[in-house]
Every structure is written in C-alpha cells, then in structure tokens.
Design a protein around this ligand. Structure first.
Ligand code: ATP
Ligand code: MG
Length: 218
C-alpha cells in the first residue's frame, strides 16, 4: 500500500520554530524509501507522522489513498503500521517464534494457524532456530526477530527508525538487507545515518538542516 505525506508541517508544542515545513513524501506500494540527513533535521518526526503516532500541525497522511490520522484508533493503527526501532524490546524469556506471534495473537489470530508463517518469516530474515530464547540472541539476531515480528502483523506499511543504529556496521547492513528483502511487497519508510543502508532502499531522500544552521556552519 502506498504511503503519502502531503504538505506536512510540524511545530512541537511550546516551540516556535517548525521542524518540518510543507513536507511531501510518496512511497509507492511495495517500495522502500530511506530518509537521511543530519541529526535534528526531523527524520524521526517525519516517521512519527507517517506512522500515525504524531498528528502534524498541518498537512495529511494517506495510506493506500485513504486519509489516516492519529485519531483512527488502535485497531486501524495496528493493522496499517508496524514499527521497527533501534531497540527491539523482545520478551526476554520467550522464544523467538513466540515473540513474532505476539502481534498476531493480539489481533485475534490463533497460534496453530500462525506458527508456520512465523517460522517461515524468521527463516526469511535469517533466524534459523525459532525456539531460541530471546534473551540469548545476539543484537543482530534480536533485531531480525523484531523485523519478523513487524512483518507478522501483515502491515500496510513498515516504519523503521534507525533500525541498525545499535549494531556494528557490518551486522547493521546485513540486518537492513534482511529487512528490505523480507519486506519485499510491503511499503517501507526508513531513517538511517548509514549511507550503505540507505542505498539499499529504492529511493533516498535527504533532509537538510534549516537555513539558520546552514548559514552558521558555512
Ligand atoms: N517532543 C518534542 N518536543 C520538542 N521538540 C522536539 C520534540 N521531538 C523532537 N524535537 C525537536 O525536533 C527536531 C527534529 O527532531 P527529530 O528527532 O525528528 O530529528 P532526527 O532527524 O530524527 O534526528 P536524529 O538523527 O538525531 O535521530 C530537533 O530539533 C528536536 O530537538
Ligand atoms: Mg531520529
């Protein structure tokens, strides 16, 4: 499903300087887009708007052509958007596959129906042992489980905010590759500081610092 931001502006409450101004973004169905740019340019803010966590001050978000807002309710949000973050937050004592099944069970699915698919998803992202207990996974393996968990919910859109930032560069790139490969067909919006990770996405968009900052820097 496509993801579109149109004319998005964000000014955080209690501040005067906008973080995003008239920001447009289109991620066509089944494609991936990476946001890059210096710290503070609004990548996480743009993702929070796209992922329906933050209501923009102006503008709108469309998922598959339908205007969606923070007020659409948990049911819609859970169905449409899955997040992959820097920190994975797996249930440490549960197995990899149990962690992947969590969103499916939360959405009313049954373990019997969903388990096979969860195991297949784990394989697709490079986790061979679905019964491994989460707290014994390496950082890279844990992040792979997080990717499988995001995909298990069959979201319209995956929003990934620096999903590889806690990993060493080589592992991070492997995990990013696994994410983009496993998510083929799902629309992905990703923010990263790693140019090699960004280059794996179909499109890279660079956010620029505001004028004032650039003038001071030059
Ligand atoms: N809740 C908030 N209230 C006020 N200002 C905020 C809030 N969240 C973010 N900001 C400000 O908005 C700007 C953009 O922040 P954002 O986190 O979107 O940047 P970013 O590009 O993701 O940075 P990084 O690369 O460090 O993750 C920053 O100046 C930040 O201080
Ligand atoms: Mg950020």
């Amino acid at each position: 499903m496509s993801l579109q931001l149109t004319g998005v502006g964000v000014t955080y409450p209690g501040t005067t300087r906008p973080v995003l101004v008239d920001f447009d973004l289109l991620v066509p169905t089944g494609t991936s887009l990476a946001l890059m740019g210096p710290s503070g340019t609004g990548k996480s803010t743009a993702l929070a708007v796209a992922g329906l966590l933050l209501a923009p001050t102006t503008g709108e978000v469309r998922i598959n052509g339908r205007s969606r807002t923070v007020r659409d309710g948990a049911e819609v949000l859970r169905r449409e958007v899955a997040w992959v973050l820097q920190t994975v937050n797996l249930l440490p004592r549960r197995t990899a596959v149990d962690n992947v099944l969590l969103p499916v069970l939360a959405a009313g699915g049954t373990r019997e129906d969903a388990r096979g698919e969860a195991v297949a998803l784990l394989r697709r992202v490079g986790v061979q042992d679905p019964e491994q207990v989460a707290r014994t996974l390496s950082g890279g393996q844990a992040q792979r489980v997080g990717v499988a968990r995001a995909l298990a919910a069959r979201p319209s859109v995956i929003v990934a905010d620096e999903p590889t930032a806690n990993l060493d560069a080589a592992t991070g790139r492997d995990v990013a590759r696994a994410l983009l490969t496993a998510a083929a067909g799902t629309t992905v919006l990703l923010a990263t500081h790693d140019r090699a990770v960004a280059a794996m996405a179909d499109v890279v968009v660079e956010l620029e610092p505001p004028e004032q900052v650039r003038r001071v820097a030059s």
